[in-house]
Ligand binder design. Structure first.
Ligand SMILES: NC(=O)c1ccc[n+]([C@@H]2O[C@H](COP(=O)([O-])OP(=O)(O)OC[C@H]3O[C@@H](n4cnc5c(N)ncnc54)[C@H](O)[C@@H]3O)[C@@H](O)[C@H]2O)c1
Length: 468
């Protein structure tokens, strides 16, 4: 399993690497508790680590450490664990890590580590030569247990979500598939533009929303030759990853899948977080499942062939993410922009994988957008245009400056029927008793959800988005 949705995230590394500090930051980002094992041991023994070491000796200390560490690893509720520097030397801790955790190596060079811990009174940091020898000896164990190496909380968030967002991400695919049987589900247009990411039995899907139909899914169900030990790879935009992900969620009651999003919408939004769906005549995304991809491989080079209109659609989601995060992400070059958005969405989804609460903030601007799209019969108003306008309304109702949206997305009012748009907004699935509940911003970077405003305010914000 690649991601850490149901597993602990365990940080290993030498003393002075900063595991406790990083652990606290990651715990907050993932909405989990931090178990700092050295502190737990001190609390249980009622004395400092150095005293435990002196009184009981290292051998007995390692036994206590193994009990506490394995106890924490076997605890069901996924947490963030900061392990003691020497814990990896105990074989049964290494085995428990492999079974229960996504293990992250927090690297530090020996000079920095020594600079941080010398004179700290730590029992194994009193003599520099001994300290350096220990550093060398433990390296092989850190590398053996680590699923990944991380330098920042962002790195760990991506690893926890199974997201690789960097140039050349696709090169990782063969290694991630390993010896498993893989099949590819790909957008036919994308197959004409890019080399398939894996040589495998390929099922092509029509571009766009046609892929998200029951007919297309039935064809996939019948064509797939996978068993549950196999893996499905989805290669295309949000329509492809939604449809292929849904096929993976349902085929044989669920097979693993890897998302390789090729549009900006797919890379910053649809390919992350495990929501999959198809459309019915009655509405979009009405049938679906939560089925987290084992991996999401995001290679910004794939965006080079993207038509301008599709890029604009993606930028609307980028601006949304920037407003939620309180950072002008939209000003970044592609590679960084895609990574920042992925980090933000991954963290929100890891905190609320089943969309029971906080994840709703990702709908910023979307209540208005859906209303405009519906009023335009899903033909006259593109999703990107609608989201840009929706963001404008959300900022206005939040009493915030709309410049970022105006400058980056330049949305223009659309020609749709006002009453139809209002009816659609009241019908929105977030509405309670016909009163829309909105996601707004208290300030940039501070979203609030479930806001109910007087009807006339919401209606006039909607009206402003519509041309006469
Ligand atoms: N699951 C989620 O969390 C989530 C989030 C956001 C959106 N979505 C869904 O995603 C869908 C929209 O996704 P989309 O905007 O990526 O649309 P899309 O998948 O239809 O792709 C848009 C167009 O771009 C083409 N294309 C794809 N990659 C290309 C490339 N690299 N170069 C050139 N052309 C390329 C496609 O063939 C298509 O014509 C919607 O159905 C929406 O509901 C899902």
């Amino acid at each position: 399993m690649a991601h850490a949705l149901d597993r602990h995230v365990a940080l290993v590394g030498f003393m002075g690497a900063g595991k406790s500090t990083l652990g606290a930051e990651i715990a907050e980002r993932l909405g989990r508790r931090l178990v700092d094992l050295d502190r737990e041991l001190e609390r249980a023994a009622g004395r400092a680590l150095a005293e435990i070491f002196e009184e009981r000796g290292e051998v007995e200390f390692r036994v206590l450490e193994a009990e506490a560490t394995i106890g924490a690893l076997e605890h069901e509720r996924p947490a963030v664990l900061a392990l003691g520097g020497g814990a990896v030397e105990t074989p049964r801790i290494r085995r428990a890590l492999a079974e229960h955790a996504l293990t992250v190596y927090v690297d530090v060079d020996p000079d920095t580590a020594w600079g941080r811990v010398r004179g700290s009174g730590r029992p194994l940091a009193r003599d520099e030569a001994m300290f350096r020898a220990l550093y060398d000896r433990r390296q092989e164990h850190y590398r053996e247990v680590a699923d990944t190496t991380a330098a920042s909380a962002d790195d760990v968030v991506l690893a926890a979500a199974g997201v690789v967002a960097e140039a050349g991400a696709l090169d990782r695919l063969p290694e991630l598939i390993g010896s498993r049987h893989a099949e590819l589900v790909a957008d036919a247009t994308v197959l004409g533009l890019h080399r398939p990411p894996v040589e495998a039995l390929t099922h092509s899907l029509r571009s766009g929303e046609e892929a998200k139909s029951l007919g297309a899914i039935e064809r996939l169900w019948r064509e797939l030759r996978l068993d549950r030990a196999g893996v499905l790879v989805a290669f295309g935009g949000g329509c492809t990853t939604d449809a292929a992900g849904f096929a993976a969620a349902t085929f044989l009651r669920g097979v693993p899948w890897i998302a390789v999003p090729t549009t900006l919408v797919g890379q910053v939004d649809a390919g992350i977080g495990g929501k999959t769906a198809i459309n019915l005549a009655e509405g979009k995304n009405l049938v679906g499942a939560f089925h987290w991809p084992e991996w999401t491989l995001i290679d910004p080079a794939l965006l080079e062939t993207l038509p301008e209109a599709e890029r604009r659609a993606g930028m609307a989601e980028v601006v949304k993410t920037g407003l939620l995060a309180g950072e002008p992400i939209w000003e970044l070059p592609d590679a960084e922009l895609v990574r920042r958005c992925a980090v933000y969405k991954a963290a929100v989804c890891l905190r609320d994988p089943d969309e029971r609460g906080e994840r709703e903030i990702l709908n910023l601007g979307h209540t208005f957008a859906h209303a405009l799209e519906a009023a335009g019969g899903y033909e006259n108003v593109s999703h990107g245009e609608a989201v840009a306008l929706g963001l404008l309304a959300a900022l206005r109702l939040s009493g915030l400056d709309t410049e970022a949206v105006e400058q980056t997305l330049a949305p223009q009012p659309v020609r749709v029927d006002r009453d139809a748009a209002w009816a659609a907004l009241a019908r929105d699935k977030k509405a309670r008793d016909g009163k829309p509940r909105l996601v707004l911003l208290e300030a940039l970077g501070k979203p609030v959800r479930g806001v109910e405003l007087p009807e006339e305010h919401v209606r006039s914000a909607l009206d402003e988005l519509i041309a006469d």
